[in-house]
Every structure is written in C-alpha cells, then in structure tokens.
Write a protein that binds this ligand. Structure first.
Ligand SMILES: [Zn+2]
Length: 318
C-alpha cells in the first residue's frame, strides 16, 4: 500500500463509489393482493423465469390475517420482494407478522425472508428440516447468486435468511382462532416441500408441487412422488388451492398439473418399453402433452422432464 493511502481512505472511496451504490438492487413496484378467501390474500407474481424485467419476482407470496396477527407464506426471491410484500400487507392490515412459512428450498420462494425478519425479528420462520440442511450445505447462497445473475443484479443486497424453526407433516398451529396445518408426503417437487392448509377457510397452499399456466423445473424432484403428493393433498377437499406459480383456483388446478405429470410419465414409459431413447421420443411426448404447450416454460423444460422421467422409469425397473 502506498504511503498516504490509509484503510480509511479506501473505505471512504468505496462508500461513495458506484460499486457500493449498486450494492442493493432497486425496489419492486407494488403488485395487487388478490383476496382468495376471507382474510387470505395472494400476491400472484408474473409468470416466467426470473429476469431483469420482473426483478426476480415470479412466485405467489401469500398472507393469512388472524386475530393474533399475520401468517406470511413464501415472501419471494429477494429482499426487494419481501419489502414489497410488507408494503402490500400494510395496505390491508395494520397487524404484525407473527409467523412465516417457507414451502421449499427453491430460492425464488423464500429469499425475501430477510425483509420480514428485519421488520419482525421475533416472528419464527418455519421450513422443512431438509430445507434447513440444504441451506447449511450452501444451496441458499447458490440460489441468491443465481437470482442475482439472472436478474442482472436487480436482487443485489439479498442476504440468505433461512428458516429458524423446523416443521414437518402433521404439525398444527393455532393463531387467534385460525388453524394452520402442515402437509408433507415425502419427495415430490423437492425433498423439502411443505403444503399449508387453512381448514376453517378451506384454502391450501401447495408450493411448487403444483403450478398453473407454467411448467416448473423439477430437476431435484420425483415425478411419481409429486403425483402421489397431489393425490394426498386433494383429500383436504379444499375449495381454493394456491399453486407456487400461476393463478389460484379450485381442485381443477392441482388435478390439471397432476395430469401433466401423469401423461409425461406414462408416455415416456410407453416409448421406453418400445426401446426408444429419451431424445427419440421427444416429438411423441410433446404431442401427448399438447394441452400444456401454451404454458410458460413448456419448450425449455420438456427435454429435461423427459430425461428425468426416463431415468426414474429406468431406476424403477431395478
Ligand atoms: Zn420450486
């Protein structure tokens, strides 16, 4: 270091440099909160992959207003999304956030925890034990880095803030007379999926076990497990189902996505049995899934989904 350039000079220079000013990405505009049942709202995010235009916001953050306070679900992909969720909640209720639930390890659903933790440090954040283990193994930081890259820095400033409480299948909470019931049926979309049922209002949050109008990446999932999970959760008989991405609706929403997975698996199995390789059957599988060709991400994910189904069929043979 040259004489005269002290550490303080360097720190001062950094504080006023464009590098530091660029350290936090811009705020996200407020999206509407859609009322899906009494005191239950979903901020339905835009469809598509995270990019500079959507600033990484493309999931369905949701909140349940109870007599004791607000239960928040999946506050999105970044500190900016979490801050947007706080602003949107404050327009509807002046109650504090008293608990946060994360549906799975994919960072587009939970990196916004950071903003909720900053505003409500005492509110526990719940996740599946496998989610917490994956974050400890570095998966949370991988997601933060991936999102910052995909959004060209729009999510910058996001610090990995994982759940601090574990929760698993069958857990039930009571918040001011409102029940929150947790469902987990093994490996499905990931190994860490939680589905959240509000029985009194007949609403169930599905995480990415179900998408609507968008095809998910299921690289770390199990197709048969995902089909089974959807069948199990339909037994709640809920009136409203909230998918991880795309519009909420009735039982038709999970049923439609289950059909996608089922047609994918059975069609790949048919051509597997005929001796075709995964890339040789792509046109036939695309044809069988034609009803989903208009869903966002269909083209990008189809080849990967066929390969995944092929591997899982092959594994099931042994
Ligand atoms: Zn996911």
């Amino acid at each position: 270091m040259k004489p005269g350039i002290t550490a303080l000079t360097l720190i001062t220079a950094f504080l006023f440099s464009p590098l530091c000013l660029a350290n936090k990405g811009p705020a996200i505009k407020d999206y509407p909160a859609d009322k899906v049942a009494d005191n239950i709202y979903v901020i339905h995010g835009p469809l598509g992959l995270p990019d500079s235009g959507n600033q990484g916001f493309m999931n369905n953050p949701a909140f349940v207003i109870t007599n004791d306070g607000i239960v928040a679900i999946d506050p999105g992909s970044s500190v900016q999304t979490g801050e947007m969720m706080l602003r949107v909640m404050a327009k509807i209720s002046d109650k504090p956030v008293i608990a946060v639930f994360n549906t799975h390890i994919h960072g587009d659903h939970w990196l916004g925890n950071q903003a909720l933790r900053a505003a409500y440090p005492d509110a526990p954040i719940y996740g599946h034990p496998n989610m917490i283990a994956l974050i400890e193994a570095g998966e949370g930081q991988n997601w933060a880095d991936r999102l910052e890259q995909m959004t060209e820095g729009k999510t910058a400033g996001t610090v990995v803030t994982g759940p601090n409480k574990t929760v698993d299948h069958g857990a039930t909470f009571k918040y001011g007379g409102t029940t929150v019931k947790i469902h987990h049926y093994g490996k499905a979309h990931t190994t860490s999926d939680l589905m959240i049922e509000i029985p009194e209002r007949s609403v169930t949050f599905l995480g990415d076990n179900v998408l609507n109008d968008r095809i998910p990446r299921i690289d770390d999932g199990d197709i048969q497990g995902n089909i089974g999970t959807i069948t199990q959760i339909l037994e709640t008989g809920s009136k409203v189902y909230v998918p991880g991405h795309g519009p909420s609706g009735d039982a038709g929403v999970p049923e439609s996505f289950r059909k996608y997975l089922d047609v994918l698996y059975t069609t790949v199995k048919k051509y597997y049995d005929e001796g075709l390789s995964d890339f040789e059957m792509k046109d036939q599988v695309a044809g069988a899934l034609g009803a989903y060709a208009g869903w966002s991400g269909f083209e990008e994910q189809l080849g990967k989904h066929i390969s995944l189904a092929y591997l899982q069929i092959e594994a099931a043979e042994f």
